[in-house]
Design a protein around this ligand. Structure first.
Ligand code: DQA
Length: 141
């Protein structure tokens, strides 16, 4: 099983950005957690982060034929990007959406998720654990 984890803008600032919302653990902590889980559960993983919408689209397209599942936290692009939605639909790789915070309880502009429309499941408001639950979902498919 080959899983691609994609993180959108500002997630590289975890631990620094708005700790009351996203917690004090860093992006490096998140990557270590996912990589340790890959060893424990014996799957291949690549973790990709970008602040650029087009780079995320490129990464999704490049996943075609190379990955069996996508775990994506598109961050702010969740609420704006039809391009990321279309890319996920184009490759048709089983995908799950992650949000560290509970976006359902936040601002109105966070209530729409374009990427989520192409995802089989959403794991929202579970902190970093949401990534592992999303991976579990793909592993158990
Ligand atoms: C986020 C929620 C988004 O609304 C926000 O723009 C982010 C992070 C989350 O993981 O909770 O950057 O995707």
């Amino acid at each position: 099983m080959r899983i691609l984890v994609i993180n959108g803008p500002n997630l590289n600032m975890l631990g620094i950005r708005e700790p009351d919302i996203y917690g004090k653990n860093t992006y490096a902590d998140l990557c270590t957690m996912i990589e340790s889980y890959a060893k424990e559960k014996d799957f291949d993983v690549k973790i990709f982060q970008s602040n650029h919408e087009g780079s995320i689209v490129d990464e999704i397209q490049a996943a075609y034929g190379n990955y069996d599942g996508i775990v994506i936290n598109p961050a702010a692009y969740t609420h704006t990007s039809v391009a990321i939605l279309d890319a996920l639909k184009s490759v048709a790789i089983p995908a799950v959406e992650i949000h560290i915070s509970d976006v359902s309880k936040r601002e109105d502009f966070r209530q729409i998720s374009y990427a989520g429309m192409a995802c089989e499941k959403s794991f929202i408001g579970l902190g970093f654990d949401g990534y592992l639950r999303g991976i579990d979902y793909l592993l158990n498919k």
